[in-house]
Design a protein around this ligand. Structure first.
Ligand code: HEC
Length: 133
């Protein structure tokens, strides 16, 4: 009898412990998937994209703009090169330069070929390109 009772207590505590572990990992799982869910609800990320928060200007530049603006393909103003950028900024002002990048100008394609960029992403990329000039 005594052994049986002991086994019953053992079994109960075993399941209780296992149960609390299961509960804990569910909570952890919910915690882990939560940020992805909220980004998708906000529509900020394309379906299936990994939630990584807003991209920096440098990340956008490295992904979409460097191909031309790195070395100055077709006369593209080069990264953080004052001689290339300052005359444009003086002549048109930042907002016009930004608008031209959105709609395209001469050999500069609209949105700089960045298909999933917002207008603010383009702005951040330009701010990075003219940083420190
Ligand atoms: C296919 C090459 C190419 C890519 C890719 C490209 N650009 Fe350009 N970009 C150009 C060229 C060429 C010019 C110069 C256009 C001119 O003034 O004749 C230019 C000019 C610009 C200007 C100056 C516009 C003005 O009014 O003076 C901005 C701002 C700019 N690009 C932003 C970007 C950004 C931001 C990206 C990436 C998201 C990007 N570009 C990607 C080729 C490119």
């Amino acid at each position: 009898m005594k052994v049986k009772a002991f086994l019953a207590v053992l079994a109960a505590s075993c399941c209780f412990i296992a149960g609390s572990f299961a509960q804990e990992s569910n909570d952890e799982l919910i915690e882990r998937i939560k940020p992805v869910g909220s980004v998708n609800v906000a529509g900020a990320a394309p379906a299936g994209a990994v939630a990584s928060g807003p991209r920096t200007g440098k990340e956008i530049y490295d992904g979409a703009c460097t191909a031309c603006h790195g070395v100055g393909v077709l006369g593209a103003p080069k990264l953080q090169n004052a001689a290339d950028w300052q005359p444009r900024l003086d002549e048109k002002g930042f907002d016009q330069v930004w608008k031209n990048a959105i709609s395209g100008i001469n050999a500069m394609p609209a949105m700089g070929t960045c298909g999933d960029c917002t207008e603010d992403d383009i702005k951040a990329a330009i701010e990075y390109m003219i940083e420190g000039i």
